[in-house]
Design a protein around this ligand. Structure first.
Ligand code: ADP
Length: 162
């Protein structure tokens, strides 16, 4: 049986940490959908269309990985895609509590869908989209952490004078 996975997230914007997880998931599953959440209660820097475009660009060389967006309940989206697995990345212990809550809630809603946690390379284990936005706002170069097109979009939006 082919195993399909959905890797959901805000991806505001995509970082090399997300891409590291996408690559690992791509090697494990027959198909992986990187699914950008609409998440209206989270104020995002980039629109869904912008986040999808950056992610598509960043993941274009990973076999078996595609990009989509969703605005409904994650479990409903996963079912619609005929996927059996939800991928989430775990960086530090600090991610654990929230991720555990979410995984167990999703399990209550759909016991047949498994959440699989993956660890990134340690080089990315402290990296978050939030930190990247903070440091770009202050003028830092983030080329080690995000693809070049993402860095350009961040600079344009957050530090156009810099
Ligand atoms: P969300 O708002 O859903 O947490 P994010 O885009 O911040 O969306 O993250 C999506 C998923 O990717 C989450 O499981 C998060 O823990 C994981 N993630 C984010 N950054 C990294 C990273 N540097 N390394 C590994 N996983 C990460």
């Amino acid at each position: 049986m082919d195993t399909f996975a959905v890797y959901p997230g805000t991806f505001d914007p995509v970082t090399y940490g997300h891409i590291d997880i996408a690559r690992r998931a791509g090697a494990l599953f027959d198909r992986v959908i990187l699914a950008v959440a609409h998440n209206p209660e989270k104020k995002t820097l980039f629109s869904v269309e912008e986040r999808v475009a950056m992610l598509k660009d960043a993941a274009s060389d990973i076999d078996g990985v595609e990009v989509d967006d969703f605005g409904d309940l994650l479990i409903d989206y996963v079912r619609r895609q005929h996927a059996q697995v939800i991928i989430r990345g775990l960086r530090a212990v600090s991610d654990f509590e929230f991720e555990l809550q979410m995984a167990l809630t999703n399990r209550k809603l759909a016991d047949d869908i498994q959440t699989v946690f993956m660890m990134p390379s340690e080089a990315y284990s402290y990296l978050s989209s939030r930190i990247i936005k903070e440091v770009v706002r202050l003028g830092a170069d983030v080329e080690a952490f995000v693809p070049p097109n993402v860095q350009a979009c961040l600079k344009k939006r957050l530090n156009p004078e810099g």
